[in-house]
Write a protein that binds this ligand. Structure first.
Ligand code: IMP
Ligand code: MG
Length: 187
């Protein structure tokens, strides 16, 4: 398993690989297959939640063999921190008219569930035909959040993770595998 040390603001952060590129690739293929079965004959609008979902979304849609449209929404909850700020704000809305449409929301990770709850409520206001959420990663959340998520790539522990779209202070999104924070100390 790969290790990664990141020096930032006089601190030293040790990360360790928890999900490899090959494992991500295999799981995304499985999810694509399942969604293609579930949405056969439908033309969903697949809405990526920026920024974190862009790599997962790009891989996922190339594993679908149905027709679909793509759109994006941008919200913010983590900022540059290692934990949620506790409030969600809308930065960029979707462009498509989602009324009467089947919607698949693509998230990078669900942690507190605040973002998913916010998105569900926001998109529901426009009366889509259906909304399902897919997330690449999921930390442990409460039941009321679990019921909103249809597809999960990997269930993980609650420590902070980076890579495959996920950032640490806006960097490291391009790592091909997922790493989690093992420890950090003053350097
Ligand atoms: P939630 O609203 O607490 O569920 O968190 C949602 C958003 O926070 C995710 O879509 C990510 O963008 C970000 N986030 C949550 N956990 C992590 C993490 O471990 N690393 C990086 N970003 C995270
Ligand atoms: Mg996100």
């Amino acid at each position: 398993m790969g290790k990664l040390t990141i020096e930032r603001d006089n601190k030293s952060y040790l990360f360790e690989e928890i999900i490899s590129e090959a494992e991500l690739c295999k799981r995304v293929k499985e999810l694509g297959k399942q969604i293609s079965i579930d949405y056969e004959g439908k033309v969903p609008i697949i809405i990526g939640v920026l920024n974190g979902s862009f790599l997962f979304m790009a891989d996922l849609i190339r594993n679908l063999n149905i027709e679909f449209e793509v759109d994006f929404i941008k919200i913010s909850s983590y900022g540059d921190d290692l934990k949620t700020s506790g409030s969600v704000s809308l930065i960029k809305d979707t462009s498509a008219n989602i009324t009467g449409r089947d919607i698949i929301v693509v998230e990078d990770i669900v942690d507190s569930g605040l973002s998913v709850k916010y998105l569900y409520k926001k998109l529901s206001n426009n009366n889509p035909k259906s909304i399902n959420v897919i997330t690449c990663l999921k930390k442990k959340t409460k039941k009321d959040v679990d019921q909103l998520i249809k597809y999960i790539g990997f269930n993980i522990s609650s420590s902070f993770v980076i890579g495959y779209g996920l950032d640490f202070k806006q960097k490291y999104r391009g790592l091909s595998s997922i790493y989690n924070l093992k420890s950090h100390m003053e350097s």
